[in-house]
Design a protein around this ligand. Structure first.
Ligand code: SF4
Length: 410
C-alpha cells in the first residue's frame, strides 16, 4: 500500500466522522474518529502513524469549535459579498484540513515575531487597549455587536510619522507577497485594505501601518495606508445589508468558470456557493427561525420558534425543528407554516418539515434529508424506488460522507 492510499483510507474514516458530527451524531462521530486512529495504529506500520494522529486531533478539534460568530472587519472589504454572507451564516463547507489549520496557527506565531522585530527597530507597540486592558476590539454601534474586529495593535515611532498608527500584520506566501509588492495593498487585497480602513475609522487614528512577512524568504513589505473618504460609510452600509438580509447576495464572479472559485475551491464548495447544493450542516444560522438580534450588544441570535436567545454553541448545534431559510432551496415557496415550508420544484410539491415522513403522501423531508437529496443533484427526488422504500419501510435518506474541504493552495 502506498503512503497516499494509506492516508486516503485514514481520511475516509475522518470524513465519515466529520459528516456524522455535522448531523449531530456525536457518539457515532467519535466511533469513526477512533477507527481512524486504530487504522493508523494497526497492521500498517510502514509510515509514521503519529503524522495521522496529529492530523486527526487537529481536524476533530476544529470541528468541535463553532465558527466565528460576528461579521469581521477582516472580511467586510471582500469584493464578493456572497462569500461574506455565506461565511457569516456558517453555510460554506469549512476548511478543516489539518495542514491549513497549522498554517493559521503559524500565522499567529509569525505575528508575534513581526511585533518583536518592529520593537527592535525602536517603535512602541501596544497590543492591549490601555483603557480596557484587553485586546483592541471595536464593535460599531447599531449592529447589536454583530459587526466588529480585533486590531493587531497600535504603533508609534515609525520613520514615516510621529503619530500613532493602526498596526496590521500579515504573513504571505512568496507568490502573494510578490503580487502585493507589485500592486500595492488596495489592488492586491481589497479585504486587507478594507480591514485597515475599518480600524482607522473605529480607533480614531489617522493612518494604518501594514506589514507583510514573506513566509518563504523572510522579506518584509510595509505600506502606510491613509484613510479614504466614504470607505467607512460604505462598509457600515454593507455590514447592515449583510446582517439583515436572509438571502445570499449575487456573486461578484462573472461565471462558474471564474478562476477564484473554480481553481481554488473543491467541488462541494463550488456546488454550495452557487446554490446547487445545500450547506453541509443545518444549524440556527441557516434556519428560517434563527435571527440576529440587532439591539444591544454581544452579537446575539434568537430562535423565533422558542423565543430563546441562543449561545454560539447552541447555534452551531441547531435542533430537530430546523427548517431551511427559503433562499437556500432552489424552488418556489408555496406556503409557510409553523413547522413546515411547502415548495414546488419543477412541478413537484414537497415540504421541508421537522416531522419526517409522518405522512409519506405529503413528501415531508427534514432539513438533513434535503441535504442528502441536494448532494445527489436532487435526482433521487423523482426516483420511484426511493418513494417505494419511503412508503413501505419509512426509509430515510441521509447525507453521504463529506469530503474534507481541501481548498487548493494559491
Ligand atoms: S428552530 Fe432550532 S435550528 Fe432553528 S433557530 Fe430555533 S433552535 Fe435553531
Amino acid at each position: 500500500m502506498t503512503k497516499n492510499k494509506y492516508l486516503e483510507k485514514c481520511r475516509a474514516f475522518m470524513a465519515r466522522a466529520n459528516r456524522l458530527f455535522n448531523l449531530g451524531f456525536r457518539s457515532e462521530a467519535s466511533y469513526y474518529q477512533m477507527e481512524a486512529k486504530n487504522y493508523a495504529a494497526s497492521e500498517f506500520k510502514p509510515f509514521n502513524t503519529t503524522e495521522i494522529e496529529i492530523d486527526i486531533a487537529i481536524e476533530m478539534e476544529t470541528l468541535m469549535i463553532a465558527p466565528r460568530g460576528h461579521l469581521g472587519f477582516s472580511v467586510i472589504g471582500n469584493k464578493d459579498a456572497r462569500t461574506t454572507w455565506l461565511q457569516w451564516r456558517w453555510s460554506l463547507p469549512r476548511e478543516i484540513e489539518a495542514r491549513k489549520q497549522r498554517i493559521f496557527k503559524l500565522g499567529h506565531i509569525l505575528e508575534t515575531e513581526v511585533i518583536n522585530i518592529l520593537r527592535l527597530s525602536g517603535t512602541t507597540i501596544l497590543e492591549i487597549d490601555p483603557v480596557t486592558q484587553t485586546q483592541w476590539q471595536f464593535t460599531p454601534d447599531g449592529f447589536g455587536g454583530h459587526f466588529g474586529g480585533s486590531m493587531d495593535g497600535a504603533i508609534q515611532g515609525l520613520a514615516e510619522t510621529p503619530d500613532w498608527a493602526v498596526l496590521e500584520v500579515k504573513g504571505l506566501k512568496e507568490q502573494a507577497w510578490k503580487l502585493l509588492k507589485k500592486e500595492g495593498l488596495k489592488n492586491f487585497s481589497p479585504a486587507y485594505w478594507g480591514q485597515c480602513q475599518c480600524y482607522i475609522a473605529a480607533s480614531g487614528m489617522a493612518i494604518a501601518f501594514f506589514i507583510a512577512y514573506n513566509k518563504n524568504t523572510s522579506e518584509i513589505y510595509t505600506e502606510i495606508v491613509h484613510t479614504e473618504a466614504y470607505a467607512w460609510a460604505g462598509y457600515l452600509s454593507r455590514a447592515e445589508n449583510l446582517i439583515t438580509r436572509e438571502d445570499a447576495p449575487p456573486s461578484a464572479f462573472p461565471s462558474r468558470d471564474y478562476f477564484e472559485i473554480k481553481r481554488y475551491k473543491n467541488k462541494e464548495y463550488q456546488a454550495v456557493y452557487w446554490g446547487e447544493q445545500l450547506p453541509p450542516k443545518a444549524h440556527c444560522r441557516n434556519c428560517l427561525k434563527g435571527c440576529p438580534i440587532l439591539e444591544g450588544s454581544g452579537g446575539k441570535w434568537a430562535c423565533k420558534r422558542s423565543g430563546e436567545v441562543l449561545p454560539i454553541a447552541r447555534q452551531w448545534e441547531g435542533c430537530k425543528h430546523h427548517l431551511w431559510l427559503t433562499s437556500f432551496i432552489q424552488a418556489s415557496v408555496i406556503n409557510i407554516s409553523d413547522d413546515s415550508v411547502e415548495y414546488n420544484m419543477n412541478g413537484k410539491s414537497f415540504h421541508n418539515s421537522s416531522e419526517p415522513l409522518s405522512d409519506p403522501k405529503k413528501q415531508l423531508y427534514t432539513s438533513n434529508e434535503l441535504i442528502a437529496y441536494s448532494q445527489g443533484g436532487w435526482i433521487l427526488f423523482d426516483d420511484d424506488n426511493v418513494k417505494r422504500l419511503q412508503d413501505e419501510f419509512n426509509a430515510r435518506i441521509l447525507p453521504t460522507t463529506q469530503t474534507v474541504n481541501t481548498e487548493r493552495s494559491r
